[in-house]
Design a protein around this ligand. Structure first.
Ligand code: THU
Length: 160
C-alpha cells in the first residue's frame, strides 16, 4: 500500500485590482446578479457570471422554492441557460460570489454544481476557469474546474 495525495492549485488575490480587467468585469456582474437572487428561504443570495469564448457575458442567481429541493443554485441557473442557448460556444470562465456570507473566505460551489461545471469542461474540451469571490475579501482562481472536483466521475465509464 502507498499513500497518495492530491494537490489543488489555485491563485489567491487579496484585491481584485491585481486581476485582469475581464475577470473584474465578470466578478462585478456576479455581484450585481446576486442582488436579484430569489432566495427568501435561505436569505443567502448567490450570483454567477460566465464569459464565453466570444466575449459575451451571461449571469444567473439562485432560485429557491418552498419545496426546498426544487431550488436551483446560481451556477446551474446560468450554465443550463448557456448550454441550452449556445451549445456550441465554449465557456472560458465562471465567476461566483455570495452577498451574505459569514465566513471570511469566498463561497464555494456545492457538489452538485461542481459535477455540472466539470461536465461543461469535458464537453467543450477546453479549460473552464473558476473564480470564487468574497466581496471585500479574497478571490480564488482555479485554471480548471477539475481542480475543485478531484476524482470526478468520468463519462468513459458509460462508454464501454
Ligand atoms: N447556493 C448557490 O446558489 N451556489 C453555491 O455555490 C452555494 C449555494 C445557493 C443554494 C441555496 O439557494 C442557497 O445558496 C443556500 O444554500
Amino acid at each position: 500500500m502507498i499513500k497518495k495525495t492530491i494537490n489543488i492549485e489555485y491563485s489567491a488575490f487579496a484585491n481584485t485590482e491585481e486581476m485582469a480587467e475581464s475577470d473584474r468585469i465578470l466578478i462585478n456582474r456576479a455581484i450585481e446578479i446576486a442582488k436579484l437572487s430569489y432566495s427568501p428561504y435561505s436569505k443567502f443570495p448567490v450570483g454567477a457570471a460566465v464569459m464565453l469564448d466570444s466575449g459575451e457575458i451571461f449571469a444567473g442567481n439562485n432560485q429557491e422554492n418552498i419545496a426546498f429541493p426544487s431550488g436551483t443554485c446560481a451556477e446551474r441557473t446560468v450554465l443550463n441557460y448557456v448550454n441550452a442557448n449556445f451549445p456550441d460556444k465554449k465557456i472560458k470562465t465562471i465567476a461566483i460570489t455570495a452577498t451574505n456570507t459569514t465566513t471570511t473566505e469566498p463561497v464555494t460551489p456545492c457538489g452538485f454544481c461542481r459535477q455540472v461545471i466539470v461536465e461543461m469542461e469535458m464537453k467543450q474540451k477546453s479549460p473552464l476557469r473558476i473564480i470564487l469571490h468574497k466581496i471585500g475579501g479574497e478571490t480564488y482562481v482555479f485554471e480548471t474546474s477539475k481542480a475543485i472536483l478531484p476524482l470526478a466521475f468520468d463519462d468513459n465509464v458509460l462508454k464501454n
